[in-house]
Design a protein around this ligand. Structure first.
Ligand code: BGC
Length: 459
């Protein structure tokens, strides 16, 4: 007999999105352009040519979207604020209409019994700040803290959980080193500078929160456990480099006040400069929780040509891969949570993103979208979260990525991560089978994870 799964009462169940990926109307009501607005409107930079001009039109449909969240039984909603709606030039004059939008969204959530979790920065840097160097300009720590303060003053009376940055690794790796993401730079020397300024900005925003807010603030990182493909010295060293580059480059400064300099010097050579005492001190501010985004793992081998870390992933025979080419590997989530506890101590944790893009069939009769692979992914990962809690790891909530099919950045609308299908012509929302499944998991405190997915009440 399988054991019944029961999550602790008070465990927070929700879903996650980000501003540029769902809102649409990016320049409405006095907002300034972000780097994503500029990037996706530059012809030829992305294969699809898709932009966030409309996306899910959430900016105009937020009230019915919140009603849908309630219908699905969501207890929490993690969203990000568009910096350039609040400060069209990134700093200086505040745009009251931008603040009003998030004020209304927060009220709508609370009226529907849904707890808001706000991320200050989910990649959509104001274009005006990019013109000043963006994450390469050390002054950005102060700009970010001031932006945060504007939001804390307005919303902290109602918002109890805040996060500074979403996934600093992706910002530097995609935006400054390899370039598929805005602002699209490819520069070995810039990436370490961007990382350092991101983490300084994180620290400065936490300090600003201690002055202006009364609740909780944390950092959101995407963690990917690295397993050596063999026990050869070359593979072991490559695995350590890959881990330092993606995971410890951000966790160590925030939580230990140090940097994995040895590996980062091997990776970046003369482009890596050890952080100053000021940077290390600023980055390490006491935080109230760590948000972990987990999607996959990487089995890693030495590869001379994999620039710059000389470490490459090895495809696993017989494994399931998602539409974004990520191996489905739920054990990696348990390993990640255990690693965090062991290395960094007993900090409260939230899974702030977890989910999968799979090919979905069109909406069928009776408004059904059958997405069994996504259900399977969720079942495995939620069971992993439960196992981790049983092993004494302090995981307090789970924010599924994503509530809606949305703009998958440079990949446009081609990759669907939502548990709610969005028809990008009519903008109609249709909960997929996975949404029904997740609703039932929430309503049963996890017990539905042990149910047959084809049973009628899972739908
Ligand atoms: C990001 C999301 C993104 C998701 C799927 C995360 O790295 O925070 O914005 O859509 O992964 O790629």
């Amino acid at each position: 007999m399988t054991k019944t799964i029961e999550f602790p009462r008070g465990f927070l169940w929700g879903s996650a999105t980000s501003a540029y990926q769902i809102e649409g109307s990016p320049l409405a009501d006095g907002a300034g352009p972000s780097i994503w607005q500029r990037f996706l409107h530059t012809p030829g930079l992305t294969p699809s040519g898709d932009t966030g001009d409309v996306a899910c039109d959430h900016y105009r449909r937020y009230a019915s979207d919140v009603a849908l969240m309630r219908e699905l039984g969501m207890q929490a909603y993690r969203f990000s604020v568009s910096w350039s709606r609040i400060l069209p030039h990134g700093k200086g004059a505040v745009n009251p209409a931008g603040l009003d939008f998030y004020d209304r969204l927060v009220d709508a959530l609370l009226e529907n019994g849904i707890e808001p979790l706000i991320t200050l920065f989910h990649w959509d840097l104001p274009a005006a700040l990019d013109d000043l160097g963006g994450w390469l300009n050390p002054d950005i720590a102060g700009w970010f803290a001031d932006y945060g303060t504007t939001l804390f003053r307005r919303l902290d009376d109602r918002v109890k959980k805040w996060a500074t940055l979403n996934e600093p690794w992706v910002v530097t790796d995609g935006g400054y080193l390899h370039g598929p993401l805005a602002p699209g730079h490819r520069n070995l020397f810039e990436a370490p500078i961007a990382s350092r300024n991101l983490m300084r900005a994180h620290g400065a925003a936490v300090q600003a929160y201690r002055a202006a807010g009364k609740h909780e603030i944390g950092l959101v990182v995407n963690l990917e456990p690295k397993y050596p493909a063999s026990d050869s010295a070359a593979d072991l060293a490559a695995t350590a480099r890959a881990d330092a580059y993606m995971n410890r480059q951000y966790l160590d400064p925030a939580l230990l006040g140090s940097c994995p300099d040895a590996e980062l010097t091997e990776i970046f050579g003369e482009a890596w400069q050890p952080w100053s005492a000021e940077a290390l001190k600023l980055a390490r501010q006491p935080i109230d929780f760590l948000g972990i985004n987990y999607y996959t793992r990487s089995v890693t081998r030495f590869d001379e040509l994999a620039w710059p870390q000389r470490a490459a992933p090895v495809r696993q025979k017989g494994a399931t891969y998602t539409e974004t080419g990520w191996e489905v590997f739920a054990q990696g989530l348990i390993d990640t949570l255990e690693m965090v506890k062991k290395r960094y101590g007993p900090i409260p944790l939230y899974i702030t993103e977890n989910g999968a893009a799979f090919f979905d069939p069109p909406v069928a009769e009776g408004n059904r979208v059958r997405d069994p692979l996504r259900i399977d992914y969720l079942r495995k990962h939620l069971t992993a979260v439960h196992t981790a809690i049983q092993r004494g790891i302090d995981v307090r909530g789970y924010m599924l990525w994503s509530l809606f099919d949305n703009l998958e950045w440079s990949l446009g609308f081609s990759k669907r991560f939502g548990i709610v299908h969005v028809d990008f012509e009519s903008l109609k929302r249709t909960p997929k089978d996975s949404a029904r499944f997740y609703s039932r998991v929430i309503a049963t405190h996890g017990a539905a994870l042990g149910e047959d997915p084809d049973s009628p009440h899972v739908r």
